[in-house]
Design a protein around this ligand. Sequence first.
Ligand code: EPZ
Length: 425
Amino acid sequence: MDKLVIQGGVALRGEVEAGTAKNSVLPILAATLLTREPCRIRDAPALRDVATMLRILEALGVRCERHADGTIETRVEDEGSVEAPYELVKTMRASVCVLGPLLARRRRARVSFPGGCVFGPRPIDLHLKGLRALGVDLDIEAGYIVARAERLRGAEMYLGGSFGPTVTGTANVLMASVLAEGVTRIEMAACEPEVQDLANFLNAMGADVRGIGTPILEIHGVGELHGAEYRPVPDRIEVGTFLAAAAITGGGVKVTRCRPDHLGAVVERLTALGCRVESGDDWISCARRGRLEAGDITTLPYPGFPTDLQAQFMAVVSLADGVSVVTEKVYPERFMHVAELGRMRARIRKEHHMAIVLGTDYLSGAPVLASDLRASAALVLAGLVAEGETQVRRVYHIDRGYERIETKLQALGARIERVRDEDGL
Ligand code: EPZ
C-alpha cells in the first residue's frame, strides 16, 4: 500500500488542468448498457472507481476497451447476464447504477445491495421507490436486490427524502424510464451537473429527457437507443479541491478546462473567506494574501455547497481567523476527518451534524489515516500547509477519485511524494 509524504509550507502557484468528473463517468458508463451499439466516452479519468465500473460492465457482457488518450469504447456483446456481484459492488456504491439500465433492457437484474460506508448509512430506498413506480417487482434475497419487470410503464413520482433529492437514485430511475412506455415525471430530481450530464448523454443516445437541470424531469419513453460519443463534464470537486489548496497555502492557482458555472456556491464561500476568485469561460483561479477569514460552510444539494468539498473546506477554515461552523445537511455523519485534523492541531468540535472550528495559527505535520476519498483530500490539503512532515496513509481512498493528485500538486510546487508504506496500512 502507498502513502503520501508531504513537507508543508509551500504556497502553491501555477496552472493545473481539471480531469473529467468521476461521478459523471460512472453512471454514463452504466448507461451504455442501454444499447447494443458501440459508445465512446472521451477523456475518462484513470481512476480506480472507473476501472471497477468497467469490470462490472464486463461481467454483464460488455466489451470495454480503454485507449491511451482516455477514450473508453463499450459494446454490449451478450445480454444474458444480469448480475452485479458483491465482490465488486462492495468496493463502490455507484455500482448500483446498473440496476436501472439492466431493467430497461434486460427486464431483470440481480445487484448486490450496497452496504453503509464510513460516513454513515447510505440507503437506496428512493431508488427502489422510483423503480417500483415504473412497475418493477423488487425483493431482497441473500444480500442482493432481485428485480424483474415484464414491462416498464411511465409514472409520476416524488423522489425527495429526508436529506433532499438523490443523485444516483435520480440517475437509476432516469435510466430505467428512457425505454419505458409513456411519460415519466420525476419530482425533486437531483439537479447536480453530473445528473444533467447523464441526461444529456441519454439524449445523445436518442432518449427524450426534458427539464434537464431542474428538479422536475420529464422523460418521454422511446423504442430504442443508439450508440453515442460523449465527453463528460470536468470534475467540479477536483477543481474545488485545487482552489482550496490555493486558499489554504496562501498561493495562487488557476484551474483550466473546467466549468466555473458549476462552482457558484464554492466561489461565494472562497470569497467570503477572503480569497480573490476570477474566472473565464473554462478557467477559474483563486488567490489569497493575508489571513483567512472565518466563514460558515453549510452543505446542500446542488446548487448548494457540495458535501464532497466539506472536508477540504473544513481544513481551510481550521486556519481562519475566528470561529466557523460547518453544517452537513446531506450526510450528517460525514465527519471522519475531524479526529485526524485534530492530530494536526486543528481545533474542531463535532456536535451532531455540525462541527465548530476554532481557527488556529498553524497546523502541525503528523502521520494521519485517510478514511474516505474526500477526507483524504482534506488531510493532503492540511499537510500542504502544516509545519514539518505529514504522512497520509491509506491513499487508495484518494486514488478512487483524484487522478495523479501528487503529480498535479507537484506541478504547483508542492513537496509531496508517493512512497510505499512498509507498515502496509
Ligand atoms: C452521490 O452519491 C455521489 N456519488 C457522492 O459522491 C455524493 O457525496 C452524493 O451524491 C451527494 O452529492 C456518485 O455520484 C457516484 P445521494 P449518492 O443519493 O447518489 C439520502 C464522492 O466522494 N438518500 O444523493 O449515493 C442519503 O443518505 C461521493 O465522490 C436516501 O435517504 O448520494 C443522503 O443523505 C461520495 N435514500 C442524501 O439522500 C436514498 O434512496 C443524498 O444521497 C438515497 C439517498
